[in-house]
Design a protein around this ligand. Structure first.
Ligand SMILES: Cc1cc2nc3c(=O)[nH]c(=O)nc-3n(C[C@H](O)[C@H](O)[C@H](O)COP(=O)(O)OP(=O)(O)OC[C@H]3O[C@@H](n4cnc5c(N)ncnc54)[C@H](O)[C@@H]3O)c2cc1C
Length: 595
């Protein structure tokens, strides 16, 4: 691996390059502007949303609309949109910070996401100038509410299998018919981004106004959670749609759908991170207050283990999110001269980091589920009743693994997209895997030897995780060739390997940087990164062994397993003591320790 700083601003490049801790974006490097937008969003959620959550749970959609409007007035809906269209044009780190805050009430997070990510963004990225000028200012102000209609009862993951039709008329207009399913904001939206097939074939996106004859919505779904968010079918019965309502190009609806999902997935990671921190705060406070056997339950090792592990996993997620946001921002900033209103640099950056966005989605939704589950457990019986918020978070969080592409689909996309980049020559994975294979065959295979500074073993482990990814990916490409996409189990193992490699490295680089910059509680950063990495080492070994055993046997497998053992020779660390320190500090603070 070449020792270059994080200057190769390419998706997946981290896998074959060594990053410089100082170059990686972390929460500790937030600017004053970032802090201010975060405060503004936090005050809005604490002051305006959380106090009325019970009314929202009763489906008071007029109130929900009012809150969307207040959000608009604060500039929170247009963080990614240029001022020309009513936005405030901030960077992706600001978007991440706002998303973390709004998701502290998950139902409002869903309402917000459908507006900001799923309606405003596609119009900005694919709309004509006239569409942008007409729709973006009222959407960003919250005067209009939007919804995104991709799924149908028969086509969720297989979104391109939609049955909705758009029959082209002689005057260039279209007549839309079909039924969309599970549409967030359906019950009170004014505007829908609808996907339908022109003449039954060309998958296309349209902007459809609720007021147009033939548009209606069905009954609210009876959901497990997110009761404060509207989810309905959207029915299109011979809706006459003008020619200029096409969003993007006829037959290019997949571009709209997939690019919107790329950013949606990144933002879902951010929302999950915000929800996870909120639950961790509840768990810490409850553990400090609840007494059993005459002492606070926070003093028990078993509870400390939970709080320490929750902190370490959130630290990994948060580090990965900020690193990715920094990379996306850097990619946009490096775009050659473009007009300020041009969406192309953002679109390109989101495409470039689609792998990382899928990692954010999968990791975020699983970290938040883990933390929310442990929050219920720490609350004991009180975690199972509605008097405490832990129960509601548990129900609200579950859908994160289902929408914005299920975690199964995203797991397939992670290695799938990396391999495609490799085959197109956009990422030098194949030569790196080949070089590694030669090393593996040599009994004197050298390991990265970095012995200075903090987290030496962990940094070495991160280098090894990346090599394990190359080893498994290289083997899969060699064994299966073009048919690799049919090998879902191996791809799923690979996705988890890639996720652990990226996340552990992001956490370790952040902790090293925090130490170098002497930030407050730097030693706790080191503990969190170390716990994450040591846990990841166990997962990496299991996933790699299972994947390799599916692809080889006999002497080849034995050689590979021997190489794996040599690579993953991670000296165990006292993670019990580290988790205890993290837990005690979390309880002392009454919430998540870091950002
Ligand atoms: C609360 C809520 C809000 C939503 N909001 C919106 C919205 O605003 N707009 C919108 O368009 N949609 C929305 N959805 C729909 C959501 O995006 C879909 O439910 C999701 O994409 C999954 O599709 P599905 O339900 O048809 O499941 P299916 O696609 O039927 O999947 C069922 C299972 O099979 C697995 N599976 C499917 N295909 C494959 C494959 N090729 N390989 C391996 N496994 C596979 C899945 O991972 C899953 O585990 C929402 C859903 C919910 C519950």
């Amino acid at each position: 691996m070449s020792a270059v700083s994080e200057t190769t601003i390419k998706g997946g490049a981290w896998l074959i390059e060594e990053a410089d801790a100082a170059a990686v974006m972390t929460p500790e490097k937030r600017t004053e502007e970032h802090v201010l937008i975060g405060q503004s969003a936090a005050e809005f959620i604490d002051g305006e949303v959380l106090p009325v959550a019970a009314r929202l749970e009763q489906k008071d959609w007029a109130l929900n609309r009012e809150l969307v409007k207040k959000c608009g007035a604060l500039g929170l809906l247009g963080t990614n949109i240029p001022e020309t269209y009513g936005g405030v044009d901030l960077d992706k780190i600001s978007t991440l910070i706002v998303s973390e805050q709004v998701s502290r009430y998950a139902s409002f997070g869903a309402t917000f996401g459908a507006q900001a990510n799923l309606t405003i963004l596609p119009i900005f990225m694919f709309g004509t100038e006239a569409q942008k000028r007409k729709y973006l200012p009222p959407l960003i102000a919250g005067d209009l509410v939007g919804a995104y209609c991709l799924s149908e009862s028969g086509s969720g993951s297989d979104a391109l299998g939609a049955k909705a039709r758009a029959m082209k008329q002689a005057d260039g207009s279209f007549v839309l018919s079909g039924e969309k399913m599970w549409i967030t904001n359906g019950g009170f939206a004014d505007l829908f981004i609808v996907f339908a097939k022109v003449d039954g074939e060309q998958f296309t996106a349209f902007i459809v106004e609720k007021a147009w004859p033939g548009v209606s919505t069905g009954k609210e779904e009876h959901k497990m959670g997110l009761h404060g968010s509207s989810t309905t079918p959207v029915i299109l019965q011979d809706v006459k749609v003008p020619a200029d309502a096409v969003l993007g190009e006829v037959g290019k609806g997949h571009k709209v759908a997939f690019n919107v999902l790329n950013f949606g997935r990144f933002k879902l990671g951010a929302m999950a991170s915000g929800g996870a921190k909120a639950a961790l705060g509840e768990a810490a406070k409850y553990a400090a207050a609840r007494k059993q056997f005459g002492v606070a339950i926070a003093t028990f090792g078993a509870i400390k283990h939970k709080l320490g592990e929750m902190t370490a996993r959130e630290y990994g997620l948060e580090s990965m999110m900020y690193r990715t946001a920094g990379l996306i921002d850097a990619h946009i900033a490096a775009a050659p001269d473009t007009k300020a209103d041009d969406a192309a640099p953002m679109l390109k950056a989101l495409e470039e980091f689609a792998v990382e966005a899928s990692i954010a989605k999968v990791l975020g939704s699983e970290v938040v589920d883990y933390i929310i589950d442990e929050n219920v457990q720490i609350h004991g019986g009180n975690g199972f009743v509605k008097d405490y918020p832990a129960e509601g978070h548990y129900r609200d969080s579950r859908v994160n693994r289902i929408f914005e592409g299920t975690n199964e689909i995203n797991r397939l996309l992670i290695p799938g997209m990396l391999m495609k980049k490799a085959l197109k020559g956009e990422l030098a994975l194949i030569p790196a895997a080949k070089q590694l294979q030669d090393e593996i065959m040599s009994p004197s295979m050298s390991l990265p030897d970095d012995t200075e500074g903090v987290l030496v073993d962990e940094r070495r482990a991160c280098g090894a995780f990346k090599k394990v990814v190359l080893m498994v990916a290289g083997t899969a490409m060699q064994v299966y060739g073009q048919k690799v996409e049919q090998e879902q189990e191996v791809l799923t193992y690979l996705a988890d390997l890639v996720t652990d490699a990226y996340t552990a490295e992001s956490a370790v680089l952040r902790a090293i940087d925090a130490t170098n910059r002497k930030v407050q509680d730097a030693s706790l950063h080191v503990d969190a990164a170390s716990v994450f990495t040591h846990e990841a080492a166990g997962r990496v070994e299991l996933n790699a062994r299972a994947a390799l055993a599916a692809m080889a046997d006999g002497d080849v497998l034995r050689t590979q397993l021997a190489a794996l053992r040599r690579l993953l020779k991670v000296t165990p660390a006292n993670t019990v003591a580290m988790r205890r320190r993290l837990a005690d500090a979390t309880v002392g603070k009454g919430g998540y320790l870091f950002a």
